[in-house]
Write a protein that binds this ligand. Sequence first.
Ligand code: PEP
Length: 247
Amino acid sequence: MKKFLLAANWKMNMDIKETEGFFNDLKLKPNDYYDVYVAVPFTDIYLANKTKKSNDIKIGAQNIYFEDKGAFTGEISTKMIKSCGAEFVIIGHSERREIFKECDEMINKKVLKAIDDDVEVILCVGETLSEREDGGHFDKIEKQLKADLLGVDASKLNSFAIAYEPIWAIGTGKSASKEDAEEMCRFVREKVKLMNPNLAQKLRVLYGGSVKDSNAADLAKEENIDGFLIGGASLKSESFESIAKEI
Ligand code: PEP
């Protein structure tokens, strides 16, 4: 049995004081059933790492740039996040793709850079509502996987996660049904198996999109859902913990 992954994505929320309060309050500890990862804003990585009560909780970033250093105003490297204690990074979140116009080519470069520098990756893929309504959702996910995973050498990896996050379910309160989430997570696993069998062996497929305590147990029971990426419900220690209780 693969260990479930509970991954929080704070997005652009939580200043230093709020971060300290969150980790002071958080009683949640990784155990035999689940790992706990928290992706915080860059400015909170160092403090989150110092304040967390369990060494086994991994702190991560929500983005990186794919160069080591230089004239890239506003960007942050893998080396920088690692020096603050980050162990993983979310790459290709739909907010990065849609708002900041990150393309698959750039996302692929970031994935390769993170792997090269030993930073664990959570790669996000997902379709818009109109793509799903037009029946183009499988093609969209396959295209993203092919482009974003190009050249990945799985022999260097211990683990890798892909989060299926339908864009219409993120922050809307309207989760995908467990059947739709399971169907796409299975599709992701099968496609990765065909594209890169070594990677598939190390892969956890997560679902993200309005996960909360009321839908967590049903989603977690699905065979191909190995974890959650949780936005809104991860901002309060109690609601994050109440999801964990359902696993
Ligand atoms: C996310 O930010 O990746 C996410 C899934 O957000 P939410 O849980 O708020 O839908």
